[in-house]
Design a protein around this ligand. Structure first.
Ligand SMILES: Cc1cc2nc3c(=O)[nH]c(=O)nc-3n(C[C@H](O)[C@H](O)[C@H](O)COP(=O)(O)O)c2cc1C
Length: 173
């Protein structure tokens, strides 16, 4: 089982559309996966689930989508030049001893030209600090409204190839 994390709590985000594209691509390869959209976290989790506070709903989600899987795909939009704060707060709610040695594939999404390349580097630092392995291919999905068509497909062959290479590496772990 692979968890695909939508790294924003903005409802109906472009990032969710990209996560669904990854879900379909994995299903076409007969891989099981599940999506967690951070828009569906308990809305008060920053105050009720961090620093030792216990929020049962948050704990259940983290158990199902993070601790119980070995592989993650984390899709994050570019907000002010990096990944969204809600994603960092979500990570701050994990028990670091339960994520050691997992593998993560990163995907960046932006309306601008950078495809959240810097945010993926920032996330790489955080995940490496937690001893989570990061797949070195990190698709920067820039100008997202042109990249994903209305059927939620990536038409650009270069980007498609990069995504498939990234998934090959994740799946062989
Ligand atoms: C708070 C905020 C900050 C943003 N900052 C940037 C940015 O620094 N660079 C950029 O290219 N787009 C930026 N955007 C636009 C997003 O890239 C755009 O909304 C895109 O669709 C991905 O975000 P989404 O998944 O929320 O839809 C920002 C959007 C928000 C809501």
């Amino acid at each position: 089982m692979i968890s695909i994390i939508v790294g924003t709590n903005r409802k109906n985000s472009e990032t969710l559309r990209v996560a669904k594209y990854y879900q379909k691509t994995l299903e076409d390869r007969s891989e099981d996966c599940q999506i967690l959209d951070l828009a569906n976290l308990p809305h008060d989790f920053v105050y009720t689930a961090l620093y030792g506070a216990q929020n049962e709903e948050f704990n259940t989600l983290v158990e199902q989508y993070i601790f119980s899987v070995e592989k993650l795909i984390v899709v994050t939009p570019e907000y002010n030049g990096s990944f969204p704060g809600v994603m960092k707060a979500f990570i701050d709610g994990w028990n670091p001893r339960r994520v050691f040695n997992k593998w993560v594939a990163l995907v960046g999404v932006s309306s601008g030209r950078q495809g959240n390349a810097r945010g993926m580097d920032d996330l790489t630092n955080v995940f490496n600090y937690l001893k989570i392995n990061v797949i070195p291919i990190k698709p920067p999905m820039s100008q997202i409204s042109d990249l994903l068509n209305e059927n939620n497909e990536v038409a650009d062959d270069g980007m498609k190839g990069m995504i498939n290479m990234q998934l090959d590496l994740l799946l062989e772990k």
